[in-house]
Design a binder for this molecule. Sequence first.
Ligand code: IMP
Length: 423
Amino acid sequence: MTVDLLLGLQWGDEGKGKIVDVLTSKYDIIARFQGGPNAGHTLEFDGIKHVLRTIPSGIFHEKSINVIGNGVVIDPVVFQKEIEGLAKFNLDITSKLIISRKAHLILPTHRLLDAASETAKGKAKIGSTLKGIGPTYMDKTGRNGIRVGDIELADFKERYRALADKHEAMINFYNVNIQYNLAELEKEFFESIEDLKKLTFIDSEEYLYQAQKAGKSILAEGAQGSLLDIDFGTYPFVTSSNTTAAGACTGLGIAPNQIGEVYGIFKAYTTRVGSGPFPTELFDEVGTAMAKIGNEFGSVTGRQRRCGWLDLVALKYAVQVNGVTQLMMMKGDVLSGFDTLKVATSYNYKGNEISHLPYNIEEENVTPIYKSFKGWEADLTGMTTYDQLPVELKEYIQFIEDELQIPIKIVSVGPDRKQTIMK
Ligand code: IMP
């Protein structure tokens, strides 16, 4: 059986957690392939709201096995807190959650390095979640990292010490004022390593290969969004992993010809958290209203998200890079009550109209060209069938489908599992 992928097509926070949760009953295995605790996948069901960070969103479904793949970076301290937060749900975590030995560990000093690097950058900062993501992937590609499998080695502590000492020298080199107590951070780290050891470590590429051969259905769950991809995103204002479809191959060991459906998730408008270009960003009361109605505050950092109109130039690019086969539109309900809606269909780029995403999308290079749509008043949150949706929304959806040439299969009209309309 092929492996299906689920990816965010914008700058993250598209609502992937909810959709994985809705889809999980169809899959035997849910596998995370990149990112780490910078992610915050929010799930809502039965009046409960829960945010997952590193653990795949299939954890709440009785039958699914959840795999943390080699492409993920794990902070044992955050991970342990995440597991403790799940205690109230009485889940059998030890039998449902397995971890690749090749996943890299986030050390306390990686977090400190993240903070030092951002502080040193001043106004040019990325707006990182400061979870140590960048420094950990730097050590991975620099061939200095420590992996989950290394915990099982006799010299794990020596390896840790050598890397942490190097990090301390690097932190000093930044010459910024970062306050920390490393002894305390290390105590917490090694305690959580002991807890991590209670879980099952696997060679996840082999596990997934055998599962595929045995006919198990697998869903690869992406984190962040395509425009935050280290290669294809708005560099340098990106995260440090491949958030696009190719990342699922390298982050799980799935061969490219084994990819089946590619579910692309997008919001009916656009948001971004952190720094970086955002051509359709709104700085007026419409943007403020979107943030308020859509409750656009980061689930990891609590920061207010920047809001703007849907950008079809960027969305088309993401669809193309990922080979999306089905679209899912989230938060359609947030757009109720606006007189007019706008969608960017092309850009004015240095005096020429273009319809592809150029190298440079900063404000001084790009002005979006919009098509306007009539808004609707109706509250969508109680609607359960596509027929019930207002005609203006159906026109909005039809236009997006025509432009992207991909069907929108799900329209989400609220955060709860039940507020999901299948089309
Ligand atoms: P980092 O990956 O924490 O270093 O953050 C790099 C950039 O990606 C920052 O602009 C973050 O705000 C953004 N980012 C990282 N993870 C997420 C996410 O899960 N959702 C939305 N933005 C994210």
